[in-house]
Ligand binder design. Structure first.
Ligand code: NOJ
Ligand code: CA
Length: 550
């Protein structure tokens, strides 16, 4: 039994797991209404198993009015009828488990949808009522309370306060359809414990926690903020809105619940905090693991990648956790496109004003062949690293981002907030192509809720399945080989030419990446896998190779 196989069967299965993110509305549509659904996913479980992944993470599938792609949850313990039923959810979990694939669901505890029964009750109840106390309702300023209670902007704003018919205002860090909960209210704690128990009892193995650093807020005096940048976020646990030390009390309570299960339920925090504050979210008495998005925001440069890797392995060591790696997700430009966006026109930059990753509009032609080469090289490098890797649906096909969705078909609030200045996140949420032709390229028997470009056919699963040299087969081979190779959780750097990175893992295998546009000499060793065709002992430009060392 390989060390990895042993790990997979243990309570530490998550430490070096590969988790595949499914954005349910865009994965597979069973009934042809253009919206992906649980039955669609059930029909693709064999495909998921063929990838040798350890778990899937389902982005929100809960009832939602879709003000923010489902991150506006109207009922935390149900399935959106457009996506399926709880029975189908149980079937999906059972089928995935039968293939050895574990399941993460997304928990969105900072805010609900304005359609949530609690918020509806709050609207019907008077100021000062216990129903309003679950959210952050305040009187406005000005003679007639006509001004917001404080000068606060929101991520998808512009305003961070919205007025209700009786004149009070409620606070929201995201869209106005996403009112923030008041976590100083015990009822809110109990409600989320109930939700976590509900899904854990249904066999869910893990949770991805949305904006995990925002729950606890200091509301006296009310926060004023026009920017959410890390520059203005305090890094000592006393910021008014984010990353307050008290937030960890919540997660300690969650951990106590998770540990009542066998194996204990796991969790990964999405927390945009100062890097040195990240380990606090990954402690064994807390959520256990925290996302790092540092590779996703790195330039395609060996030195930048090396620093990110060293820093994050060190952070993980501080807490006894393992780190996470991400190249693509539902919020950013797919890495096959992002990695060739010219400098100065970065696809994803940290927007200092809004503390948010922004996808810039892409103008002009991009060298997508190079983008694909870099994406495959980056993925192969990532899969060789200690820690767990998160893949985003469609990256195994080498899918580029869709950069030309007509604005009238956009759905993302980020697009509307930016008034067209920022590229919408819809470009990475376009439904997957399963076949080269037919309605919605095999996504389903009907249409597609976001328009698919004609060139999608070239990337279809059907076109790549079983074809040597395809991106899909590269992912499959790397993922299954990884299971036989992984031992230990450390790496050591090996000397390599400028513009390359070479590291060795326990067990005598190594990964070397060429970040440059020129081929270089390939070190000697037994070739295990390569992201490009290898000839005459050369490591091609923008490629990664795994080598067994003698
Ligand atoms: C992070 C999610 O990934 C993103 O899609 C969402 O818009 C925000 N949190 C708000 O819930
Ligand atoms: Ca459907």
């Amino acid at each position: 039994m390989s060390e990895y196989t042993f790990l997979r069967g243990s309570k530490d299965w998550w430490r070096q797991a590969v988790v595949y993110q499914i954005y349910p509305r865009s994965f597979a549509d069973h009934n042809g209404d253009g919206i992906g659904d649980l039955k669609g996913i059930i029909g693709k479980v064999d495909y998921l198993a063929s990838l040798s992944i350890d778990a899937v993470w389902l982005s929100p599938f809960y009832p939602s009015d879709l003000a923010d792609g489902g991150y506006d949850v109207a009922d935390y313990r149900d399935v959106d009828p457009r996506i399926g039923t709880l029975d189908e959810f149980d079937q999906l979990v059972e089928k995935l488990h039968s293939k050895g694939i574990r399941v993460f669901v997304d928990i969105v505890p900072n805010h609900s949808s304005d359609r949530h029964v609690w918020f509806q009750e709050a609207l019907r109840s008077p100021r000062g009522s216990k129903e309003r106390a679950r959210y952050i309702f305040r009187d406005g300023r000005g003679e007639a309370f006509e001004l917001p209670p404080s000068d606060l902007s929101s991520h998808f704003g512009p305003e961070g306060w919205t007025r209700v018919p009786d004149g009070q205002w409620y606070m929201h860090l995201f869209t106005k359809e996403q009112p923030d909960f008041d976590w100083s209210n015990r009822e809110v704690h109990d409600e989320f414990l109930k939700t976590l128990k509900f899904w854990s009892d249904r066999g869910v193995d893990g949770f991805r926690i949305d904006v995990a650093h925002a729950l606890v807020k200091q509301l006296e005096p009310l926060p004023t903020r026009s920017s959410y940048s890390l520059e203005v976020m305090k890094d000592d646990g006393t910021d008014q809105l984010f990353d307050r030390d008290e937030v960890h009390e919540i997660y300690r309570e969650w951990r106590a619940l998770f540990n009542q299960y066998d194996p204990p339920r796991v969790a990964v925090a999405e927390a945009w905090v100062h890097p040195h504050r990240r380990p606090a979210y990954a402690t064994t008495d807390g959520l256990g693991q925290a996302f790092n998005f540092d590779l996703l925001t790195s330039a395609w440069e060996s030195a930048a990648f090396q620093k990110v890797i060293d820093d994050n392995l060190a952070f993980a060591e501080q807490t006894g956790s393992s780190t996470t790696w991400v190249m693509s997700n539902h919020d950013v430009i797919r890495h096959a496109t992002r990695l060739v966006i010219p400098a100065g026109k970065e696809g994803v930059t940290f927007d200092a004003e809004n503390h948010w990753y922004v996808n810039h509009r892409l103008d002009g032609d991009l060298d997508l062949a190079k983008g694909l080469a870099r994406a495959k090289a980056a993925t192969l490098l990532m899969l060789a690293l200690p820690g767990s890797s998160y893949l985003y649906q469609g990256e195994e096909l080498g899918l580029p981002d869709v950069t030309d969705i007509p604005s009238e078909q956009m759905q993302d609030p980020q697009w509307f907030r930016g008034e067209g200045k920022f590229k919408s996140r819809d470009g990475c949420r376009v439904p997957l192509p399963w076949s080269a032709s037919g309605p919605s390229f095999g996504f389903g028997p009907g249409g597609s809720h976001l328009p698919q470009p004609q060139w999608y056919s070239r990337y279809a699963v059907e076109v790549q399945d079983g074809i040597q040299g395809s991106t899909l087969e590269l992912y499959r081979a790397a993922l299954s080989m990884r299971r036989t190779l992984i031992q230990g959780e450390t790496l050591s750097w090996l000397p390599s030419p400028v513009g390359t990175l070479w590291f060795e893992r326990e067990g005598g295998w190594s990964s070397i990446t060429n970040f440059t546009d020129q081929e270089i000499e390939l070190p000697t060793g037994e070739l295990l896998i390569a992201s490009e065709d290898i000839s005459a002992g050369k490591l091609p430009a923008n490629s990664t190779v795994w080598l067994k060392l003698s």
